[in-house]
Structure formats: C-alpha cells, structure tokens
Design a protein around this ligand. Structure first.
Ligand code: GAL
Length: 506
C-alpha cells in the first residue's frame, strides 16, 4: 500500500515537474546565435530558412524563449529593427518557424511578443514620430512599474492623423479580434466604430477615478456620445498653430503674420531671401485639410466655422470661396516636394532653416523637443487669434478586448495625473485634466494652457472632433485634390455635396 502511494506520488510529481520544466525551457531552439555587427532578423531568416520574410518567426519564438529563460536570453526583441551585437537569439526549428508563419498576421503585432504572467496589453495607436512616441513610452513606463507581469505591445501603424491605423483597426474590430485598447479622437469619430456593437462604455472608470470632476465641461461634452463615454482622454491638442524658425524670422526682420495679407508680405520677403516661405507635407492625405480648417476659421470666424458642421453656415458661402482662394495662394509658396513629405518630414525644413513657416498641430512642439530643436516661435495661425481649434486623443475599450482587465488599468493610467504629466510635456499637448502642474511644461505648452482656458473653443474636423468620419474623409479628400487641381468652384461644390451626403446640408 505504502509502495503504491509512493509510486503515485512520484508519478504525480513527474507529471507536474515535466511540463513545468518544458515550460521553463520554452520553445526549442535549433541554434542560439550571438548577434554580430550587421546581423538583422531578415538576414538570419534567410540563413536558416532561406526566406527573408520569415523573420517574424524568429522574433516571436525568441521572445517566448526570453520569457521562459531570461538568464539564457536576457534581451527581448521589442523592435524588429533593433537587435544588438552580443545578444543571444533563439533560432526556432524549421517546423516551428513554418507553423508560426502559417498563422502570422501582420496586423497583429502582439503575435511577435510573449505573454507575461498577467497577459498582454496591446495598445493600438499611430504615434510613431518623435515626441508622440516618446510620450507614449513615458506612459508605458508608469504602467510597467504598476503591472510588471503585463507584457505591453506597442501596436502602432504609422501615418499621421491615423490615416492607416484606422483601417487596420476597423478590420480588427469587425473581425472580433481587436487590440486591448486603441487611440480614438474625442468627438464624432467614435460613431465610425459602431460603439454600441464593438466598444464598451467607460463610464465606470470615470466614476471610480473621479474623472467627471477633473476634465473640463467642454471636453466632457465632446467625449459623450449617445449618453456614454467611450474613451479616456490623455490630452488636448491645438490644430491652428503657425510655427516659424526664429532665427530666419529675426535675420529678415519679420514677425509672424496675423492675417493673410501679412502672410503674403512675410512670404514674399522669405522668398526673396531664398527661404521656402511655407512648408507642408501632403503625403498622408490629411495635412492639406488640416491647414485648410485654419483658413476656414480665419475667413468665417468661430461662429461661422462651427456652423459649417451643423448646417447653419452654407458651404456655398462666398467666405468659403475666399478661404479656398487663400489656401490656393498659400500653396504657391509651398515646397514643391510636399506630395512626398509627411508632416514631420516637412518640419525638417524649419529645423534646417531652409523653411520659414508651417501650420500644424502642436504635436509639432513635441516633435521639435524630441529633436532638441529650440529655435522656433509660434502664433495662432493667421486670422485665428482668440480661437482654439481643439482635438483630444483618448483611449477606448473594445468589447472583445482579450486582456480587458489590463486595458481597464491602462485607461486608469491614461486618465491619471501622473500619466498625463509624464505624457503631455513630451507629446506636445496639454493635459485633459485641469490639475496638472504647469511648471512641468515648456513655454509653448504653458501658453497653450492659458489660451485653452480663455479662448473660444471650436472643434477640429481633420482630427475627429467636428464631423463623422465619412464626412471628415470626404472633406480631406476634396482639399487634397484641390492642392493639385486648384479648382475653386469645383472644390466648393464638392465640399457642399459632402455636407449633403452627411445629411447635414440640404
Ligand atoms: C492627430 C493626433 C495627434 C497626432 C497627429 C499626428 O490626429 O490627434 O495626437 O498624433 O495626429 O500624427
């Protein structure tokens, strides 16, 4: 009897220990490579599997090995392009690599990472440029300290204003396979994701974290859709900012233009001095629409501009014609390579002193900071003094989020004072909360805080606040096309019909 008991005990122990060791050992490595100079993942994939495109298999299997055996593999691969000399990397067996590649889906970067003891936190956003990426990383650092067992997956899709990200996200939401949380503009953008079907309201988080009392009423109103909150905001951005190179302006005795007549005078002087007067990138298909919302505001004033989005201002108004003419004039001063440039690419003109002015949101301030560039000045875009075109980035909670608890904790960090104070000075935005310490922010951001508290606030269309996504897209497409066509009457008619299609105009 005793013997039987002992045997059973041994068997039970074996059954428990064997899988534990297997787990501890992690996946099988056919080889362990020490990274040499000029090694990169696709080169290793080519060497071992004869296929440069099989690099994700190495990354995924290596990361599982690193989780199971951190002594042997102390370095996780966080970024496929960054593997360092001296790292030990686990090369999967050919069978393992084949099995991984058979299920690999590039829209799901989380497949490349292991899952921590408390699972993953897959965060979807389009923050890849300097400043915005730094701000996000600062919030990740806070989260990681609080929840060390969670593996954070930075699921970005590059492309300013979310042009590429939003399509990937929509597919994932519809497929029932979303990231755990994702970047969502406050305002009507949420409608495009059928929130009642795919998202979970976050009203409970507002209640538990006291957010109803800490965000300003204007912002709370913008965030509420169908009587619920669908995202926790991290910040407030301003769209209508004119950035300029200070030394270039000083050297030419210039001050920032306060209206479009002055814009012409300044631009002519810059041109005569061999400087590209106005810089823009139009590669992403949203940047022209971004600048144009500032021009519309200048020509129509805050009430007129707001009326465009609720049907009380006609798109056929002569002031809209004037705005199109003004924008056409501005583009005659623009860098000819704009179709190949992103917003930050165009910003390089200001950095190098080859360009004079740029109209872009204040993520530019974060980007300048990330570049160590301080020789910049700012002003409200011409003719928009006293009005603040606002937008806000929030994070939302998909109904099918695989790691829901982790996502809820993330939203709490996003809404917290600590999270916002770490994020915003780097991001180039001001806190959505009203209790952040201004001393943590640079001079531009302190000025934005003052303006936000006293200016007339109007919503940005290019960044999700003013109109439903389909209308905002029609608007952006019309203006992007206008950059090449220059057809004022045709574009105005197109803008009018976009408003009709949105059901707001007759
Ligand atoms: C906006 C977003 C900003 C910034 C910008 C450029 O839509 O709200 O946070 O990321 O795009 O990518």
């Amino acid at each position: 009897m005793k013997k039987l008991f002992a045997l059973t005990l041994i068997a039970v122990l074996l059954l428990t220990i064997v899988p534990m060791t297997a787990l501890a050992q992690g996946p099988e490595c056919q080889d362990v490579v020490t990274i040499q100079k000029d090694d990169w993942l696709s080169k290793l994939a080519d060497k071992y599997f004869g296929d440069i495109f099989a690099w994700p298999a190495i990354m995924a299997v290596h990361n599982q090995a690193a989780l199971a055996n951190p002594d042997k593999f102390p370095n996780k691969i966080i970024n496929a392009d960054v593997i360092e000399v001296g790292w030990s990397v686990c090369i999967p067996t050919a069978d393992e690599a084949d099995a991984f590649m058979a299920k690999w889906d590039p829209s799901k970067p989380e497949m490349l990472y292991a899952s921590g003891a408390s699972g993953q936190l897959v965060v979807g956003s389009w923050w890849t440029a300097g400043g915005e990426a730094d701000g996000l990383a600062a919030m990740f650092d806070i989260y990681r300290k609080m929840y060390p067992g969670v593996e954070i997956v930075n699921a970005t899709v590059a492309g300013g204003a979310g042009t590429n990200f939003k399509a990937v996200l929509a597919t994932r939401l519809i497929g029932g396979d979303p990231p755990d949380t994702f970047q969502l503009h406050a305002g009507l953008e949420v409608a495009t994701y059928s929130p009642e079907q795919y998202l979970q309201p976050v009203d409970d988080i507002y209640a538990s974290e006291g957010l109803n009392d800490i965000f300003p009423p204007d912002l709370l109103a913008m965030l509420k859709y169908q009587d619920h909150f669908w995202g926790v905001p991290a910040n407030i951005h301003r769209s209508n900012v004119l950035w300029y190179n200070k030394s270039v302006f000083d050297a030419n005795g210039l001050t920032p233009p306060t209206n479009y007549d002055e814009f012409v005078t300044v631009a002519d002087k810059l041109k005569a001095a061999g400087i590209q007067p106005f810089v823009i990138g139009t590669k992403g298909g949203w940047e022209a629409g971004h600048v144009f919302e500032s021009v519309l505001l200048a020509e129509l004033g805050p009430e007129g501009y707001k009326g465009l989005w609720n049907g009380s201002t006609s798109w056929m108004d002569p002031k809209v014609t004037k705005a199109l003419e003004t924008f056409k004039m501005m583009m005659t001063y623009a860098n000819p390579d704009h179709p190949a440039m992103t917003w930050d690419g165009a910003g390089e003109y200001l950095l190098s002193g080859k360009g004079g002015m740029m109209i872009m949101g204040d993520w530019t301030d974060g980007w300048f900071t990330s570049k160590g560039f301080t020789d910049y000045g700012w002003a409200p875009s011409p003719g928009t003094q006293g009005t603040f075109i606002a937008l806000s980035d929030s994070f939302a909670l998909p109904k099918d989020a695989p790691d829901k608890e982790n996502a809820i904790n993330w939203l709490k960090v996003v809404g917290s004072k600590e999270g916002q104070e770490a994020f915003n000075p780097k991001k180039g935005s001001i806190c959505a909360r009203t209790d952040c310490d201004p001393a943590l922010f640079n001079e531009y951001l302190q000025s934005a805080m003052v303006d936000w508290s006293k200016d007339n606030i109007v919503p940005s269309v290019t960044h999700g606040a003013a109109a439903v996504e389909s209308w905002a897209n029609d608007y952006k497409d019309a203006i992007t096309l206008f950059v090449t066509s220059g057809d004022v009457a045709g574009t105005q008619a197109q803008l009018q019909s976009a408003c009709v299609d949105a059901g707001v105009c007759q």
